[in-house]
Design a protein around this ligand. Structure first.
Ligand code: SF4
Length: 289
């Protein structure tokens, strides 16, 4: 039995940076209470590991404002790699809370591009997953940033700018985005398109298309709420309609009974999946076969 490990595997640069920032701060300030607004990155294994270090995620159904209001004065609050509504920083400062901003620089750049377009009075169409933290952060910039999903059926009524600026979430599917950009171009031929899908996301998606022909089963490894992992799963399902594709968090979800008679497997991991989790899956598959 053969197992293929796709390249790249392990954390992307933005996730690596966010985890390092949080861990270093906690190490230097061991007595400071530390919280993350939401999940630092969308991977349950990472969230549990951070908890062991004393960094707790506040990831419940309350609004972000209510979450911050409930924090103890003078604690440390970490904003996640996905970006956030900048107004929340003022609320945190009013409680004398130390802020640690772990926003990925690529997300921050996408934000700056939107802000610049607004300065030139462009309306903005944002293509992103509704309610994802990155989308929420971008929509909070200005009321003239419009979520594509909200306006797709009445674009011409909402967007009066003949050259709207079109931006997107960094972890979308390259193929899905291409279709949406075409749809927008049909309505606004002079629209300004800024593809913000990050290189790390693109490389992982392209790796699926480059898988060898003899693969029988594909394991997509990553958090259940990870946007880029979900897109990898959807892409693999579309690209290999006859193969078995499983999205799993770790090796405990592999059932040997499902692999009987199969000869080769591919392992593809999301951008927030620890490399050791991917390697554990490879070891388990090697043991089964
Ligand atoms: S997936 Fe891309 S945008 Fe998201 S944290 Fe990683 S490098 Fe940054």
């Amino acid at each position: 039995m053969k197992t293929y490990l796709s390249n790249p595997s392990g954390y992307c640069q933005g996730v690596q940076r966010a985890i390092a920032l949080a861990m270093t701060f906690k190490k230097q300030n061991p007595n400071k209470e530390c919280f993350v607004l939401g999940a630092l990155v969308h991977n349950e294994t990472v969230t549990n590991e951070l908890k062991r270090y004393g960094i707790n995620s506040i990831d419940d159904n309350r609004s972000n404002e209510d979450k911050i209001k409930s924090l103890p004065n003078g604690c440390c609050l970490i904003f996640s790699a996905h970006g956030h509504d900048k107004k929340l920083e003022d609320l945190a400062k009013s409680k004398n809370i130390n802020i640690l901003d772990a926003t990925c620089p690529i997300v921050e750049l996408a934000r700056k591009n939107i802000t610049n377009a607004l300065k030139f009075n462009h309306q903005v169409i944002y293509v992103g997953t509704p309610n994802h933290p990155e989308t929420i952060g971008m929509l909070s910039i200005d009321k003239e940033v419009h979520l594509f999903n909200d306006i797709m059926n009445n674009m011409k009524e909402v967007i009066k700018d003949e050259k709207p600026f079109v931006s997107n979430q960094t972890t979308l599917s390259i193929y899905e985005l291409d279709n949406i950009f075409h749809m927008i171009k049909n309505n606004f031929p002079k629209a300004i398109f800024q593809d913000e899908i990050c290189r790390e996301t693109k490389l992982r998606q392209e790796a699926i298309k480059k898988l060898p022909n003899d693969v029988d089963v594909v394991f997509i490894v990553g958090g259940k709420t990870s946007s880029n992992t979900k897109k990898l799963y959807e892409l693999a399902k579309t690209h290999f309609s006859t193969l078995r594709i499983y999205q799993i968090l770790d090796e405990s979800e592999i059932d040997p009974a499902n692999l009987k008679g199969l000869l080769s497997a591919a392992i593809i991991s999301g951008a927030s999946t620890p490399l050791q989790e991917t390697m554990k899956i490879k070891v388990k598959l090697d043991e089964i076969w």
